[in-house]
Design a protein. Structure first.
Length: 475
């Protein structure tokens, strides 16, 4: 949950009292007008609207822009790992840098139009001397992960027994303990995984979505709120874990479908952006482009596979986690062997098993083993990357050498220089390495050699024995 009730004291160039605010000519804007105006300003300047979100410029972003320009609440519908929460949080960039509130208000009361009993009483008592505070845009965004045990009290509010014990009457509006939505007044509130919210609680949101007010149990008051409401949901959640009740779904102005990266290059861009980066003393890491392609292709292959359940999707998080494990495996080898240069290679792909199995759900549980499915996906990814770079006919001379008795060994812990020393026996591989543009880095050369050999094996031009010892390629 994101905190929303923190404020900063007025700076010297900002009014500190209601009188100063009025004298400055400040005009309050409703949240939708504020977001709309700031969006138009960003579009005119050519600013990036959703920094860090890749692949949505021509699909999702135009729909979000239309919804905001129309003043519509938004529900993001898509499988896991499609940046739904990041999109929602990025909407906070469309808020003003700071807005004034009545000092001490729990619900960000507008000094020029207070709605809570506390703020109204303070303005009536102090008039132009009413103190005000300024709240930054980051404090005006709130979110809640919807869970089956979420209550109306969490979202809307309830009676505060401590205030009652202090001597206030139950009918006193000042005994209200406000929930998350009122505390996000004049801001953006996001409910993640909305279908997980109990249906009776969803009913409690209807007034907020249509009448723009809340009714708190036991009080004959309606609290008018100015909140931009966002939600996220997985499309399968409508029938699996829960559903969004029709009246609530009807109140969202725009339902926007997200999607996975449509190209390998986009997937790689997200991997590079999101992976954890650690410096390892004494080890220089270089990741060949084709190894990144294999990691991205593995995820795309899983999204096409009949063995993998497509209902829950295959998250980009799998690509990121696999990329991290691939690099870690190469780092571990370099440290153990005392090599200063490291590069992931085909034999390191065994390290992605742990980061893949937990992120896919299989169809027909019990009929197929998870590790077998992952092995098949890895092979498909390697072959796909190989075919993008090479034609098998390019290696006819190399295959002929294997026909004449050549055998080559590879293993996860084989030093990179051992691969370099074998190049003199591998006719045609030198040209392939130049084509892959890996330079003279021995670790990257070793990676390229393994890539070529494995590609030829998967293309049924070489045999491979992969028992307990090193892998052996032969005819």
């Amino acid at each position: 949950m994101t905190s929303v009730h923190e404020s900063s004291p007025p700076s010297p160039d900002r009014p500190g009292t209601l009188g100063e605010l009025r004298a400055s000519g400040y005009r309050s804007r409703p949240i939708r007008e504020e977001m709309r105006g700031n969006l138009l300003a960003k579009i005119r300047r050519g600013d990036e609207l959703f920094p860090g979100v890749l692949g949505y410029d021509q699909t999702v972003v135009p729909q979000i822009e239309n919804a905001i320009l129309s003043g519509q609440d938004i529900i993001f519908l898509g499988e896991r790992g499609q940046a739904k929460t990041r999109l929602a949080r990025s909407l906070g960039n469309l808020l003003d840098e700071a807005i004034p509130i009545v000092a001490g208000s729990e619900i960000n009361d507008d000094p020029l139009a207070p709605v809570s009993r506390f703020a109204r009483d303070l303005v009536e008592e102090r008039g132009d001397l009413t103190p005000i505070e300024w709240v930054g845009r980051e404090k005006r965004y709130g979110e809640k992960l919807a869970t089956p045990d979420t209550t109306i009290a969490d979202l809307i509010g309830e009676v505060d027994p401590i205030k009652v014990a202090e001597g206030r009457y139950l009918s006193d509006e000042l005994t209200i303990s406000y929930g998350l939505i009122p505390r996000t007044n004049r801001g953006i509130f996001t409910l993640n995984e909305l279908p997980d919210l109990a249906e009776r609680i969803q009913v409690g949101l209807l007034n907020i979505m249509e009448e723009r007010d809340v009714q708190i149990r036991g009080y004959k008051i309606r609290l008018p709120l100015d909140v931009f409401v966002v939600a996220s949901a997985n499309p399968e959640d409508y029938t699996n874990r829960g559903r969004i009740i029709t009246p609530l779904k009807d109140r969202y102005g725009s339902q926007i479908r997200t999607h996975y990266p449509e190209t390998i290059d986009l997937e790689i861009g997200i991997m590079d952006q999101e992976r954890a980066v650690f410096a390892t003393e004494g080890v220089e890491m270089a990741v060949p482009a084709f190894m990144k392609e294999i990691v991205a292709e593995l995820t795309h292959a899983a999204r096409r596979s009949h063995d993998v359940s497509q209902r829950s999707g295959v998250s980009v998080r799998m690509s990121v986690a696999n990329y991290e494990n691939l690099i870690s495996n190469a780092t571990r080898r370099a440290v153990r062997l005392g090599e200063r240069q490291a590069a992931p290679r085909i034999s390191d792909l065994a390290g992605v098993l742990a980061s893949t199995t937990g992120k896919i759900e299989l169809e027909g549980m019990g009929e197929v083993r998870e590790d077998q499915v992952v092995d098949k996906l890895i092979q498909s990814a390697v072959l796909g990357a190989f075919n993008r770079h090479f034609s098998v006919r390019e290696f006819d001379r190399l295959v002929l050498a294997f026909d004449n008795g050549l055998t080559v060994e590879s293993s996860e812990m084989m030093p990179a220089l051992d691969y370099v020393h074998q190049l003199s026996h591998l006719d045609g591989v030198g040209e392939a390495i130049r084509k892959l543009n890996v330079g003279g880095n021995p670790a990257a050369v070793a990676s390229a050699v393994e890539f070529v050999l494995e590609g030829l094996h998967l293309s049924r031009r070489l045999n491979k024995s992969d028992g307990a010892g090193p892998n052996r390629y032969s005819r």
